[in-house]
Design a protein around this ligand. Structure first.
Ligand code: 13P
Length: 279
């Protein structure tokens, strides 16, 4: 993850993180990254890990799938919004490449303290760490958060005191569908970019326009997280297929249009973030 993010950071493109909801997602993300010769990040939210069989199953599946599909582009597995220090340790032990510790609901002192523990453990095992300041609003996999703009001094404090590898400063983005227009804090991004020399992460990228995305990348965001856009494409295609073909019951025929929609959406995003043909 360190190399993937720092290459993007230097060359001013961004690597997309796509969250997985199962084998079909994982396969689609890896196959499309291979086709596009793009580096890619597969994310699993803390919540979905248990629903998909646990850290070890996910880490082993990811490793085997890369082998089976002969994926040679850089592709890493990342824990998204780890809710506790111990959950990050579990992901490291299971073989994840990268973890996010989300201490955004804590005081900055506690966030720093816990993030330090995660960094120490993860770095000892060759795993990178992302941390968050402020709070990305909205709901993801059933976990709700109020939106809270990141305090810039707290961002600086977290980076300087913890040796994290990337920072997710919450600056107006939300998980899930935006209610109204997104209102991203570009002024704050610009200030942060001048102060901190570390890749930033944008959460809640579904619903952000291409123009806004370009701006966030120019302010040092090297990792851009997508979940909702894929899920909307997936479910729309599934609904359409079943409504147009009410007799359909063969699972592969039921699912094929959704798989195609996933592949197309992933390719579109890879092109949008500039990761296309960067591997
Ligand atoms: P979206 O819900 O906007 O796709 O965001 C996903 C995300 O940020 C994962 O952490």
């Amino acid at each position: 993850m360190y190399n993937i993010l720092n290459d993007a950071f230097k060359k001013r493109y961004a690597v997309p993180q796509f969250n997985t909801n199962g084998m079909i997602w994982m396969e689609s993300i890896l196959k499309t990254a291979k086709k596009c010769r793009a580096p890619v990040i597969v994310g699993t939210t803390d919540k979905i890990v248990d629903q998909l069989g646990g850290f070890r199953l996910l880490a082993q599946t990811f490793r085997l799938m890369k082998e089976e599909l002969n994926v040679t582009v850089p592709a890493v597995l990342h824990l998204d919004h780890g809710q506790a220090v111990e959950r990050c340790f579990e992901a490291v032990d299971a073989g994840y490449d990268s973890v996010m510790y989300d201490g955004s609901k804590l005081s900055i002192e506690d966030n720093v303290e816990n993030t330090k523990r995660v960094v120490e453990y993860a770095h000892r095992n060759g795993v990178t760490v992302e941390a968050e300041v402020g709070s990305v609003g909205g709901t993801e996999d059933g976990v709700y958060s109020d939106m809270l703009y990141a305090d810039l001094n707290e961002c600086i404090q977290l980076v300087q005191e913890t040796s994290i590898d990337s920072l997710a400063p919450a600056l107006g983005s939300v998980h899930g569908k935006y209610k109204g227009e997104p209102n991203l804090g570009f002024k704050e991004m610009e200030k942060l970019r001048f102060t901190l020399d570390i890749p930033f992460v944008l959460h809640g990228a579904s619903g952000i326009s291409d123009e806004e995305l370009e701006k966030t990348i120019s302010y040092g965001h090297a990792k851009i997280n997508y979940n909702t856009e894929l899920n909307i494409a997936w479910s729309n295609a599934l609904r359409k297929n079943l409504m147009e073909n009410p007799e359909l019951h063969n699972p592969m025929e039921v699912l094929q249009p959704s798989k195609d929609a996933l592949n197309q959406t992933i390719e579109k995003v890879i092109k949008r973030t500039g990761a296309y043909q960067q591997a």
